[in-house]
Design a protein around this ligand. Structure first.
Ligand SMILES: [Fe+2]
Length: 323
């Protein structure tokens, strides 16, 4: 896919790409977002928008002496490897590697992102996908996250480039800066990735969780019959619709795997209207494979327990190649 020219008229530029109704809804909700904790997507109540709740958790960790432990855990990145069989994938794409980063909340890293950057830099993949939430807060300036993301892009080694979508912490106004950095943002859009003479379709939808401005049919409208489809969605909440529309692989994040979990990685809160088994790691629904990354960053408090931050590498396998 070619990169789009940068917009002079941002509204028209976005409306042409993601649909006018979705842009209008999102812009209206973004204005309200700073003071609201009620959304229009699958999750109706959003505690992450409530500063009092975040302060309560942070204070509780501090008083219990666990805050520093949780902060150290927030930089204990794990590289998770997921091999996934894709029906209809050409043999030429067997072994194709996708670096999947999500929920980076890049302006929240307690070390300025240094540990994350140094973990990413040695990795080499065929494609990089970003499934949203670049920014820490759901309001306030997005410039610190734009600076961080432009730095991150220089650390990513991916032959076919970087594709991303927006999450519920992101505003549409972040799109030009992300695309100037080299991220191709999919705004209810899709396109073909060609590799070794074979191809698959990649689609990305806008945030289904808070904004509810996803449009999967629009994202798939240029898909050709017989080509496997990989979908990027911020949260797992579109699993039923995606499966019905023959998506082969569904990549997402948003849940942070719970971020603060009970021993054994059992999440206390997932912030997603989906079955619990979709909160972290690989899952299946119908004929569709899915993967929910625990994410790289933290939302709210900069702490993790029993749920280390994740960098994921998916390896695609053509059916019959064996796993
Ligand atoms: Fe999110």
């Amino acid at each position: 896919m070619n990169r789009n020219p940068l917009p002079h008229d941002l509204y028209s530029f976005l409306a042409r790409r993601m649909g006018e109704k979705a842009v209008s809804q999102r812009l209206r909700m973004q204005v309200e977002h700073a003071s609201s904790w009620f959304g229009k997507g699958f999750g109706h109540i959003h505690l992450e928008n409530l500063d009092t709740f975040v302060n309560f958790v942070d204070t509780t960790l501090r008083l219990s002496g666990m805050r520093e432990w949780g902060r150290r855990n927030s930089l204990d990145f794990r590289i998770e490897k997921n091999e996934v069989s894709i029906p209809g994938l050409a043999q030429e794409l067997d072994g194709f590697r996708i670096l999947h980063l999500t929920d980076i909340h890049i302006d929240g890293f307690i070390d300025g992102g240094e540990a994350f950057f140094s973990t990413i830099a040695p990795l080499h993949c065929d494609l990089c996908v970003l499934t949203g939430d670049y920014r820490l807060l759901t309001h306030y300036s997005h410039k610190p996250s734009a600076i961080g993301m432009s730095r991150l892009v220089t650390k990513i080694n991916a032959t076919h480039g970087i594709y991303g979508i927006l999450g519920n912490h992101d505003f549409l106004e972040q799109v030009p800066a992300l695309e100037e950095s080299g991220v191709r943002v999919l705004l209810n859009e899709g396109g073909i990735i060609r590799h070794n003479g074979a191809e698959f379709f990649i689609a990305g939808v806008d945030d289904p969780h808070f904004y509810g401005t996803h449009d999967l049919k629009r994202a798939l409208r240029s898909r050709l019959q017989g080509i496997p489809t990989i979908l990027l969605s911020h949260s797992p909440e579109l699993y039923a619709e995606a499966s019905a529309l023959s998506v082969a692989l569904y990549l997402c994040g948003h849940t942070h795997g719970g971020q603060i979990c009970l021993p054994g990685g059992i999440p206390v809160i997932t912030h997603a209207a989906c079955p619990r088994y979709m909160a972290a790691g690989r899952w299946n629904y119908g004929n569709m494979s899915g993967y929910t990354s625990r994410g790289a960053g933290c939302s709210g408090v900069q702490a993790r327990f029993n749920c280390p931050p994740e960098i994921t590498i998916h390896t695609l396998r053509s059916k019959g190649a064996g796993l």
